[in-house]
Design a protein around this ligand. Structure first.
Ligand code: NAD
Ligand code: UDP
Length: 312
């Protein structure tokens, strides 16, 4: 494979660090850009000292100047707790970040991939979600900084593509989990595992009947890399695991696999929490010959093993 120069924004985060691992292993020259808002140096410390890996402390709301062939734009907090901590900053990261990576891609003629999200479908009225569904998003709610920010970013990607012929790829990522999630991240898989391992109460929001479909990180990274390297297909494309579970079922699985004595407690459902979510991955199967291979219990076991040694 040809050696490429690749920029990964948000490279010290959960998904970004696994993507850097994969790209460095393939022999590419990787620049990891991050402001360490939710990412951590420990996620990429094993790559430091590798001659084809370099770190750039930078905030993507400001322009960046580097010479690369490909850009993966992952910079943005992904957990509701973190993206609602400073919502104005979240929308700036999404919108100005997109403008900055697209401006860079235009100037240096790089291919640029946007890490979009299933949140563009909001609380979906269609199930499962196909790429042709336009979504059901509250524009003024607590999740809007993220949902609408990601929607504007998609719009910017397609306008730069139509107007300036920027070579874009847009991937709608569905809930993904695995090692290197931040233990205090607030997302459901890390919350439940950490609570179970520490013997604390498992916090079920609402009655736990809402559904999600969980993709193991290795499957997701494979989908991203395939999408980046396919010619003649911009997306948007759903990447996620179509196996759907209620949040209560997830809690039961985590308790069983950790052999925890934790009990389940119910907490209020956050505002605008989507009731159901499952990707239709027909397009990814057809265009990328991609489908996930790691079942939930196997992925949970690997994630539990990670958290056993990484609870801080
Ligand atoms: P994460 O919070 O672990 O990683 C995000 C990274 O971006 C962190 O390293 C953070 O420090 C960095 N960052 C945030 N704001 C920045 C800024 N202004 N400038 C530079 N760096 C900044 O989250 P993740 O799960 O790894 O998600 C990565 C991307 O994938 C995000 O864009 C997210 O929206 C998208 N995504 C993730 C999921 C998922 O389930 N993990 C689902 C849908 C979409
Ligand atoms: N959730 C929960 N307990 C928690 C954290 C989350 O019941 O401790 C629920 C949350 O209300 C949502 C689902 O789990 O219905 C997924 O939440 P997460 O924050 O992981 O991601 P989302 O898909 O909502 O962005």
């Amino acid at each position: 494979m040809k050696q490429l120069r690749i920029l990964v924004t948000g490279g010290a985060g959960f998904l970004g660090s696994h993507l850097c691992d994969r790209l460095v292993k393939e022999g590419h020259d990787v620049i990891c850009l991050d402001n360490y808002f939710t990412g951590r140096k420990r996620n990429i410390e094993h790559l430091m000292g590798t001659c084809n890996f370099e770190l750039l402390r930078h905030d993507i709301t400001f322009p960046v100047f580097v010479e690369v062939d490909q850009i993966y734009n992952l910079a943005c907090p992904a957990s509701p707790v973190h993206y609602q901590y400073n919502p104005v900053k979240t929308i700036k990261t999404n919108v100005m970040g997109a403008i900055n990576v697209l401006g860079l891609a235009k100037r240096i003629k790089a291919r640029v991939l946007q890490a979009s999200t299933s949140e563009v479908y909001g609380d979906p009225a269609e199930h499962p979600q196909t790429e042709s569904y336009w979504g059901n998003v509250n524009p003024v709610g607590l999740r809007s900084c993220y949902d609408e920010g990601k929607r504007v970013a998609e719009t910017l990607f397609f306008d730069y593509h139509r107007q300036n012929r920027v070579d874009i790829r847009v991937v709608r990522i569905f809930n993904t989990y695995g090692p290197r999630m931040h233990p205090g991240d607030g997302r459901v898989v890390s919350n439940f595992i950490v609570q179970a391992l520490q013997g604390r109460d498992i916090t079920l929001y609402g009655d736990g009947s809402q559904t999600r479909s969980f993709c193991y990180v290795d499957d997701l990274i494979d989908g991203l890399v395939r999408m980046m390297n396919i010619d003649g297909f911009t997306g948007p494309v759903n990447i996620g695991n179509p196996d759907e579970f209620t949040i209560r079922e997830l809690a039961e699985k985590v308790v069983k696999l950790t052999k925890s004595k934790s009990k389940t407690v119910y907490r209020p459902l956050p505002q605008d929490d989507p009731k159901q979510r499952r990707p239709d991955i027909t397009l990814a199967e057809k265009q990328l010959t991609w489908r996930p291979s790691v079942p939930l219990e196997e992925g949970l076991r690997k994630t539990i093993d990670y958290f056993k040694n990484n609870l801080d």
